[in-house]
Write a protein that binds this ligand. Structure first.
Ligand SMILES: Nc1nc2c(ncn2[C@@H]2O[C@H](COP(=O)(O)OP(=O)(O)OP(=O)(O)O)[C@@H](O)[C@H]2O)c(=O)[nH]1
Length: 350
């Protein structure tokens, strides 16, 4: 997971770390402390007890501190080359330009001008600045899905949008499994009536996860399928409707106008955009397009387990201004992880 980006971040840490090593100076007050301690030790020496041993140990500690405790003040020039390298690394990892710039600004703000105390390992200072910058970006739009479902009037109507082949159908099944495990009754609506294969595929998932599915024939009106699922849910006290939609019509215009119609007729409580993290910038671009047309309430990124770059996950919430709700982290029904920015950032520095 994220191997390429991880390597690039390591490269930045060591290149800026080297710069910090060049500029770092020993902490002044440590030198003073050492002087003080040495003079006390001279007086203590006259005492014939074991305290001398303790004092020498104290001095050794301070001497070590003198070697390892340093401080540094960085200016913009010190950061110029490493930050340029970082910007290229972020762009190569499919992180959108505006997001890269926000990350760079945040790292710069944290490191430039202020007196920083550092130990032997200069990488830690850089890592902390990077972690903070990434956390800030990724925590911008947080949404608690569990809380939302708990508090919403039932049945909750959730419509999934996104292009075919990215894991939308599997994600709907994973979500049904997730909700069932939390004591809710989900119903699936086979709203991708454009292809018979899509209806069959959702049908197979519904059997495996053991949830009710509402389906019509290929070519039917998807809004009618979702409407029927809503009626079924009301009559049978089901809690959540999870509706599939087509991801490939003859034209983009057709697809978007169909989604608009679905949303107009079924008034979803949540519209969730699904795409694969491995698509990088393309996924972020598609999220923006769907968001303009429908709009979306949040995203789920699949195939995070196979994603070397991390760019889509880092950019998507920032660019759409809508939260990431879940990440798909494998092909099993349990491989749906509620989005947690700290978990994500930790993965980048493992
Ligand atoms: N590694 C991995 N594979 C996933 C994940 N989510 C889905 N997949 C796989 O991606 C493939 C496509 O998933 P589907 O759910 O069929 O995709 P879809 O968007 O519904 O596509 P259509 O069937 O064309 O409508 C399947 O082989 C899934 O098992 C994930 O989080 N990780």
């Amino acid at each position: 997971m994220f191997n390429k980006l991880k390597d690039k971040l390591k490269g930045f840490k060591s290149s800026l770390g080297n710069k910090i090593d060049e500029k770092a100076v020993p902490l002044e007050h440590e030198e003073e402390l050492l002087k003080e301690d040495t003079s006390q030790h001279t007086i203590d020496k006259s005492r014939p007890d074991s305290s001398g041993t303790k004092k020498s140990a104290g001095i050794t500690q301070k001497a070590k501190a003198l070697v390892f405790e340093r401080e540094v003040i960085l200016d913009e020039n010190d950061l110029e080359d490493p930050l340029w390298e970082l910007e290229i690394a972020l762009l190569e990892s499919d992180i959108a330009m505006s997001v890269s710039e926000a990350i760079i600004d945040s790292v710069k703000q944290e490191l430039v001008g202020t007196r920083k105390r550092i130990g032997k390992n200069t990488d830690e200072l850089v890592e902390q600045a990077l972690r903070n910058a990434l956390l800030k970006i990724m925590s911008a739009n947080i949404f608690d899905f569990d809380e939302f479902i708990e508090n919403a009037d039932k049945p909750v109507n959730i419509v999934f949008v996104g292009i075919n082949g990215t894991g939308k159908t599997t994600t709907i099944a994973k979500m049904a499994n997730y909700l069932k495990k939390r004591g809710y009754t989900p119903v699936l609506a086979a709203g991708d009536t454009f292809r018979a294969g899509a209806i069959d595929q959702l049908d197979i998932h519904s059997k495996k996860v053991e949830v009710k599915i509402i389906k019509h024939k290929e070519g039917g009106d998807p809004a009618a399928v979702i409407y029927d699922a809503l009626e079924y849910a009301k009559a049978n006290k089901a809690d959540v409707i999870l509706s599939d939609t087509a991801g490939r019509l003859h034209t983009n215009v057709n697809l978007m106008s169909q989604l608009k119609k679905i949303c107009r007729i079924s008034s979803p409580d949540l519209v969730i955009f699904v795409d694969e993290a491995v698509a990088g910038n393309d996924a972020v671009e598609r999220a923006s397009q769907f968001n303009e047309a429908v709009p979306i309430d949040g995203s789920i990124l699949t195939k995070i387990d196979a994603d070397a770059k991390g760019g889509a996950a880092i950019s998507i919430a920032y660019i759409t201004n809508k939260p990431i709700l879940f990440l798909g982290i494998g092909q099993g029904y349990d491989d749906l992880k509620k989005f947690d920015p700290e978990w994500f950032v930790n993965k980048l520095f493992e």
